[in-house]
Design a protein around this ligand. Sequence first.
Ligand code: THU
Length: 139
Amino acid sequence: MNEIKKELLDEVIAAANAAYQLAYAPYSKFHVGAAALTTNGNVVNGCNVENASYGLTICAERNCISHAVVNGEQQFEVIVIYTEQDKLTPPCGACRQVIAEFFEQSAPVIAVNHKNEQQVWTVQELLPDAFTPKDLLDL
Ligand code: THU
């Protein structure tokens, strides 16, 4: 797994926490913040944004990655998912697919909570044999 310096990781966690504070989750009340460190050394974040038409909800991780892309960032070192749950929050299946599009297989995905408990997975562990841009090369 790729190593991230502690000070940098703390910065990413703080950005995920800041996004968490802005989550729009009036239906589930389940607030999520995410933040990613780009290979250019920038930190981008996103929160979940729900909708009265529930299925249109966007998760914090996908919002974070989309926010990065619109800022010209497409390569990432790590993503943090912040919640205030005792049980740490893993990314949903849709977010795993979007993470696999932009992160190396060895990149860490880190769930963090308000007690600063942490659980780390690699992208590979979360979505083995992912369908990625490499699978489209023969087109
Ligand atoms: N959610 C996320 O934002 N990220 C996850 O990894 C899990 C789920 C959101 C979607 C929805 O707004 C709420 O959490 C409950 O599912």
